[in-house]
Design a protein around this ligand. Structure first.
Ligand code: AMP
Ligand code: MG
Length: 281
């Protein structure tokens, strides 16, 4: 089979089909479809990043559409590593990363989408959300931070919001980095073993790990209910960091290629402009 077709098939495997359950329990976090070895990932990534930069330039030139990458995952699943490994390869002039923390008092005095909508970048740019509005049906649900009726209503509100974005030139790429419980433990232990990574660990990480099953149920619901034709979810196996980076680079490439980005028409007749410029002092 042609490699190109292979990759299309792989992307299909990652998608949570709208209207169907995500079935996270049946998806292997250690799988590596489409890229079986680290050597292959390491060899292919630079070329993929090169093409991504070229497509980003077109997106910027076209200046009519936005790409918004939404990253969600359990702790230590590699959201920060992914941003370093893939998005740092883009032109910083057209790429913004927003990390959403627990809402400030001001943010809490608005609806939950207020801070999110403000952070959506303008046309021509790529935005990355490191955590997002989905926290409002994840951590909020797991810890009962608002009454049940309030978070339950949010799935539909999120779908309506994302439909609005999609209808207004925003291409959403929603990514769940799927790691196993064992891999999380290994990575948290690494943070404790390495003095340069100790700062990344807190008592809160231990506390959150106890809620693994609740988070898994909350993710299952969020991915199942909010995977829509306009903005589907992708589950990326993330136990292997090299696979995670390769997979996300591939998904972005496919997305940007499918957008059929074009340069705007020149403003004026190029030959005439050239002649005039040459005739100037
Ligand atoms: P980190 O990504 O490790 O910097 O942690 C950010 C923290 O902010 C996580 O514990 C998130 O669960 C929390 N957080 C993000 N958004 C929300 C939200 N809407 N409500 C409550 N906590 C949130
Ligand atoms: Mg953290």
């Amino acid at each position: 089979m042609d490699r190109q077709e292979d990759v299309v098939k792989v992307v299909k495997q990652w998608i949570v089909h709208p209207g169907r359950p995500a079935k996270l329990g049946k998806r292997d976090p250690g799988a590596t479809p489409g890229c079986p070895s680290k050597a292959q990932a390491v060899e292919e990534l630079p070329g993929m990043l090169e093409e991504l930069r070229a497509l980003q330039y077109r997106l910027f030139a076209e200046n009519r559409r936005t790409v918004l990458v939404v990253l969600q995952a359990m702790d230590a699943a590699g959201k920060d590593g992914l941003v370093r490994g893939v998005f740092s390869g883009l032109n910083p002039q057209g790429c913004t990363v927003t990390s959403f923390k627990a809402p400030s008092p001001e943010e809490l005095h608005h609806d939950f989408l207020w801070r999110i909508h403000k952070a959506v970048p303008p046309h021509g740019e790529i935005g990355v959300f490191n955590r997002s509005h989905y926290e409002d049906v994840l951590v909020v649900r797991v810890h009962d931070l608002v009454p049940r009726e309030v978070w339950k209503a949010r799935y539909d509100q999120i779908n309506a919001f994302e439909n609005l974005l999609a209808a207004n030139g925003v291409t959403l790429v929603k990514i769940y980095l799927h790691i196993s419980r064992e891999e999380q433990k290994k990575r948290l232990l690494e943070r404790l073993d390495n003095p340069e990574r100790n700062w990344k660990f807190s008592e809160a990480d231990l506390a959150e790990r106890k809620y693994w099953n609740d988070y898994e149920a909350a993710y299952e619901a969020a991915l199942g209910r909010c995977s829509t034709p306009a903005a589907p979810w992708h589950v990326i196996p993330a136990d292997h960091k090299w696979y995670r980076n390769w997979a996300v680079a591939h998904l972005l490439l496919r997305t940007l290629r499918d957008m059929k980005l074009t340069y705007p028409a020149p403003r004026g007749d190029v030959a005439t402009l050239k002649r005039k410029l040459r005739a100037m002092k």
